[in-house]
Design a protein around this ligand. Structure first.
Ligand code: F0G
Length: 468
């Protein structure tokens, strides 16, 4: 938990919210017998559990945040004209101001932006080089017949290692990959913060070096900017030389010199839907707008309502507020600390979107082919009505010396924290439930067998049955 030191002489360590609550939404905890039935009916896969049957939902921080009074008020200003609505120009102005790119293309969410852009930039057999691809990003690269390569450092494979910027590129790997494969590389992609690397940030120094290497090989740099403000806050608080800079200035420096970015507004614009592309090049923007008209909508609304564009515009300014960012990141750090106190191994220091738990340390007795991550998700729901996310992910990696391509499986559980939704008491409850999972449920769990898994985005659709 950080200390508020806003005025001289005022210092207080607190997790007090920088907002008060104006509307509430009822949630309820089903009985143990009800939860057992729900889980069985959901094929032991929490993705099939209705939201109504979940007490605390930590499956994602995407689109699950609470909008502010100003965002709700902005909805009323939505101009719903099909073409050239006032709301688009307000949205465009704020994206230009905050992220520094001239051309703005709205999309209904992040993956729609990925679809539009990758359809133009990525070809068969190419290699997209990133610190880490999010799963939809990865699938969009694969959908083009290309390969997503994840160049995150070895710190990812050792959850016990503390590092302030686990999201960084391994620069030696990037250099080797560019040297060896540059003819097949359409662009370099920096994901901030690095969601699947423990939602850990990328340092400014690393961003600078990635841009330098990309420039050396004449490759454009794009950002996956979903959690850009959280990344900037960690640069401010963890990287020497940035403590006196404003979040706005740090954000500008992060994106400086890049060709563009895409963003899911469902994260750091704190809206329930939305996304966009923000680009430097006019000709590329025109091509994106043409594809947009085919898949999403007219270039000034792109699959969204005018009111959504208004809410995004307000959210993008709100997210730069340091008292918001401090509280947001403190909540994640607080839950991580409570888990640690319960003897649960987590990635430290905690990152932005949620707390990452080492499943192997709790379910070491279950072999990988009996799905320890599913075991943990089921136990968590049975013990306390909580839903989290846990998956094994297949990374394509590069050997830093030889440049040989390989694969590695990364298994993790993420307790994602929705923005401005849960309070300290909820986190205390979650930690107590996890303590029970560790002590009582995990040792008895024998694992699961998969009864159904489709080839694409399997974690959204798979079904299971308990073993033993
Ligand atoms: N890129 C990153 C880094 C993401 O985390 C996400 C979504 C997307 C792209 C796609 O955006 O959902 O608006 O289409 N992440 C969510 C999550 C779903 O749970 O981490 P989207």
């Amino acid at each position: 938990m950080s200390t508020i030191k806003d005025d001289p002489g005022f210092e207080l360590e607190t997790l007090a919210e920088p907002y008060r609550i104006k509307a509430v939404e009822k949630i309820r905890l089903l009985s143990r017998a009800e939860r057992e039935k729900v889980l069985k009916d959901a094929f032991y896969s929490t993705v099939y559990i209705n939201s109504e049957d979940v007490y605390i939902d930590l499956v994602t921080d995407s689109g699950t945040g609470a909008m502010s009074d100003n965002q709700w008020a902005a909805l009323m200003k939505g101009d719903e004209a099909y073409m050239r609505a006032r709301s688009f120009f307000e949205f465009e102005k704020v994206v230009q101001e905050v992220l520094g790119f001239q051309y703005v293309v709205p999309t209904h969410q992040g993956r729609a932006a990925e679809h539009i852009l990758m359809g133009l930039l990525v070809k068969q057999d190419e290699l997209v080089l990133s610190n880490t691809h999010f799963d939809t990003t990865r699938e969009h690269v694969r959908h083009r017949g290309a390969k997503p390569i994840d160049l995150v450092g070895d710190v990812l494979w050792d959850i016990d290692k503390e590092h302030p910027f686990k999201g960084n590129f391994d620069l030696a790997r990037l250099e080797t990959a560019l040297e060896r494969y540059h003819e097949r590389v359409p662009f370099v992609l920096i994901t901030v913060l690095n969601n699947f690397a423990y939602s850990s940030p990328v340092s400014m120094e690393n961003i600078r070096e990635v841009k330098r290497l990309a420039k050396k090989w004449n490759k454009p740099v794009y950002f996956d900017a979903c959690r850009f403000a959280e990344n900037a806050y960690f640069i401010k608080t963890r990287e020497p030389g940035y403590s006196d800079k404003s979040i706005g200035d740090i954000v500008k420096e992060m994106f400086e010199g890049a060709e563009g970015c895409w963003m899911s507004a469902k994260k750091d614009a704190i809206t329930n839907i939305g996304g966009f592309l923000a680009l430097k090049d006019e000709a590329l923007t025109r091509r994106c707008q043409e594809r947009l008209a085919l898949f999403e909508g007219f270039p000034t609304y792109g699959g969204l309502a005018g009111r959504d564009l208004e809410a995004i515009a307000v959210g993008l300014r709100e997210v730069l507020d340091e008292s918001y960012l401090r509280h947001r990141t403190d909540q994640v750090a607080f839950l991580a600390k409570l888990f640690k106190d319960e003897g649960i191994k987590v990635s430290l220091p905690a990152g932005g979107s949620g707390v990452f738990v080492d499943v192997a340390s709790l379910y070491g007795h279950i072999p990988p082919d009996a799905f320890p991550t599913i075991a943990m998700l089921c136990d968590l729901y049975l013990e306390g009505g909580i839903r989290a996310g846990a998956f094994p992910f297949h990374f394509n990696i590069v050997d830093a010396k030889t440049g040989e391509l390989g694969t590695k499986v990364f298994q993790f559980a993420r307790f994602a924290i929705p923005r401005r939704v849960y309070t300290k008491s909820h986190f205390e409850y979650i930690a107590k439930v996890m303590g029970q999972v560790k002590r009582n449920a995990a040792p008895k769990n024998k694992g699961y067998k998969c009864t159904y898994a489709p080839p694409v985005l399997a974690h959204f659709f798979s079904k299971f049955e308990p073993l033993g």
